[in-house]
Design a protein. Structure first.
Length: 200
């Protein structure tokens, strides 16, 4: 509870927050196994950019493969992760009045060398996505493995913060505010990524 409230404090002050060990080892390792199984089965889809008729696959911009989560068909590990995220949602609504009401998310599998170019997590003309979240599912990640999430503190670039995708770590940030990118990694990079939506 104390660490979750610390997220609210960081969001209020800086617009973003990072919590190490947000998920226990057993949960994130089980999620990682699910992603790898789906990859081996060929049931991950090439990720696109844009939405609706504007959606397109551009491998030079975004190189991950994804699987959208369905809460009604969630595994035990998914239920645990989603429950912890929902606890966070309630605390953020209480502390910051963000009006968060729904989480949408997907597994993301980045093969070595793949990244996701600089972008924001809001579709043009929509402000539904309020808070972006990334839960990392990678064991024993080292700085030399690269694959950082890079958050730009200013819209024009310049100052930034890098976060390594270490297993169990949660990063969340205000979707409208932060441009960000996923830097290419030297090994497979796994995550559960998504957004809390606000009410219109």
């Amino acid at each position: 509870m104390i660490r979750t409230i610390a997220v609210a404090d960081a969001l209020a002050e800086d617009g973003w927050a990072c919590i190490i060990e947000f998920l226990p080892d057993t949960t994130w390792r089980a999620l990682a196994a699910e992603v790898r199984t789906r990859h081996a089965e060929g049931s991950l889809d090439a990720a696109g950019v844009g939405t609706g008729e504007q959606r397109r696959v551009e491998g030079d911009v975004r190189g991950d493969r994804i699987h959208w989560l369905e809460p009604t068909a969630a595994s035990g590990a998914q239920q645990d992760a989603l429950s912890r995220l929902d606890d966070l949602r309630r605390i953020l609504n209480r502390e910051l009045q963000l009006g968060l009401f729904e989480f949408e998310g997907h597994f993301a599998f980045y093969p070595p060398g793949a990244g996701y170019g600089r972008h924001r997590d809001q579709h043009r003309g929509s402000r539904a996505r309020t808070l972006s979240c990334a839960l990392y599912l990678n064991a024993e990640w080292k700085a030399e493995d690269e694959g950082q999430l890079r958050l730009y503190m200013e819209s024009g670039g310049g100052d930034y913060r890098d976060v390594l995708p270490e297993g169990g770590t949660l990063v969340c940030f205000l979707s409208e505010r932060f441009w960000h990118e996923v830097l290419p990694a030297r090994r497979e990079r796994l995550s559960l990524a998504g957004w809390f939506r606000g009410r219109s």
